[in-house]
Design a protein around this ligand. Structure first.
Ligand code: NDP
Length: 246
């Protein structure tokens, strides 16, 4: 036993980047993985790869802005594998831009995915975890959830919010034997920058992350560490970043 084998782990945003890396890593260590994201073809292909390699995985097309989708994602874990041990609220968007460019639709989308998506995940998992008297919710914030960069006001606001609601969840859920962990990554090479619509902001960020960004597997190792600690040890937050990132 390694603290991960046989655990039932639900991951949102499992179709690319850090969520996909965590799914593959945790499955290789014996976890039963339920993958959620909108791109069903991607999560189905990853689930098939995991099964092909001898692991266990199920894919459920999920839009985290739709509460019913998250209810179904968590229910699938419970129906298929008997319980939910860990929920990783990882899905997120980062269309950075200065406020005065008034990308109000993008502000709305970040609030919907990065904050409401996490809350809907909590709403889906918490009743099961309370009934089980056991569980672990891992929410993905960011170094940008600790400090604000030019162009990151709304993104940072959503990631500050993730830390605030995680601290609130921890206080309320701990008596029910439910652990809450925040993971705050720095620059990681993923598809996150592909969706920045402001081309000058996108190219500056691509240059920076291209130079210093660490691999998505770094996140997978951090998540595995938090999950694999004994049940009576709660990891409140892991902040990691490329060594050269301030
Ligand atoms: P990616 O763009 O590679 O992955 C983002 C994931 O979120 C995708 O799987 C995408 O799936 C999913 N997603 C987006 N919108 C929705 C939605 N409405 N419903 C369901 N899933 C959705 O980026 P990363 O791996 O980098 O991002 C993962 C998390 O890490 C995010 O929360 C991000 O903010 C955070 N982060 C990233 C950093 C980095 O440097 N890369 C640094 C700090 C934090 P699909 O499109 O198929 O739905």
């Amino acid at each position: 036993m390694n603290g991960i084998t046989d655990k039932v782990i639900v991951i949102t945003g499992a179709s690319s980047g850090m969520g996909a890396a965590a799914a593959a890593h945790l499955a290789a260590r014996g976890a039963k993985i339920v993958l959620g994201a909108r791109r069903a073809d991607r999560i189905e292909a990853l689930a098939a790869e995991i099964v092909e390699a001898g692991g266990q995985a199920t894919a459920v097309a999920t839009d985290v802005t739709n509460r019913d989708d998250l209810t179904k994602l968590v229910a699938t874990a419970v129906e298929t594998y008997g319980r939910i041990d860990v929920l990783i609220n990882n899905a997120g968007l980062m269309p950075l831009s200065p406020l005065d460019r008034l990308k109000v639709d993008e502000w709305d989308r970040m609030i919907d995915v990065n904050i409401k998506g996490v809350l809907y995940g909590i709403a889906a998992a918490l009743p099961h975890m309370k009934a089980q008297k056991h569980g672990h919710i891992i929410n993905v914030s960011s170094v940008a959830g600790h400090k604000i960069f030019e162009g990151s006001a709304v993104y940072s606001a959503t990631k500050f919010a993730v830390r605030a609601l995680s601290d609130g969840l921890r206080a309320e859920a701990a008596p029910h034997n439910i652990r809450t962990t925040i993971i705050s990554p720095g620059a990681v090479k993923t598809e996150l920058l592909d969706h920045i619509s402001e081309k000058d902001v996108q190219s500056a960020n691509q240059d920076y992350v291209g130079q210093v960004g660490v691999a998505a597997e770094t996140f997978a190792r951090m998540v595995a560490f938090a999950i694999s600690e004994p049940e009576d040890v709660g990891i409140s937050e892991i902040v990691f970043r490329p060594t050269v990132q301030q």
